[in-house]
Write a protein that binds this ligand. Sequence first.
Ligand code: AMP
Length: 217
Amino acid sequence: MVKGRNGMILILLGAPGAGKGTQAERLVEEYRLHHLSTGELLRTAAAAGSNLGKLAKSYMDDGQLVPDDIILSIIRSYLDEHQGEGILFDGFPRTVAQADGLSGMLAGRKVVTLALEIPDRMVIDRLSARRVCRSCGKVYNTASGIMPHGGRCNCGDGGELYQRDDDHPETIRKRLEVFHKQTEPIISYYRRRGALRTVNGDGAPDEVFARIKKALG
Ligand code: AMP
């Protein structure tokens, strides 16, 4: 049954490859939330060749984070467009400065933070095997045994399945380092505020989703 939690702000945290995108798809449907994936937004801007996209791509391809002021101005506009509505943030915040910036913008609204936990070796295995539909963004794993035939997505558009530029071994390693150094501290930031739920992200997507629903109560 769809629960409908309008007005809820849900933050999905986790290392690259923890399953945020996969779980986000299920969460937005179950809890009727808008979905903002900052990574997806930046990739779309990069593909369109906008100034923002070109700038973002230079950081993304190097496995580094896009500067906080750019990200926070994107978030500010998004919140202006979706005032009072339920939002799932996927891949944001990534630094303590972004978390601080967000709490200033939310002015007392209830925030729930969900951290998906997986070991580093699983990050490397998952990201190296990840393929994404160029059309709908659906994520596949070449090791899962359920890859569609012909390298095309099962979606209506039959989009090409491609490997993200930042899913190559050297960049994956850098992204993991960045995660531990810059993003992991915000897990304790939210824990201190009593707003953190942690979920084991090791398992089949449905299994992990069942854990998430339990954690959200
Ligand atoms: P993702 O799709 O979440 O794995 O993000 C891919 C890349 O986009 C990251 O490695 C960063 O370069 C950039 N990115 C996405 N979200 C953020 C953010 N909140 N802050 C800074 N950079 C970001």
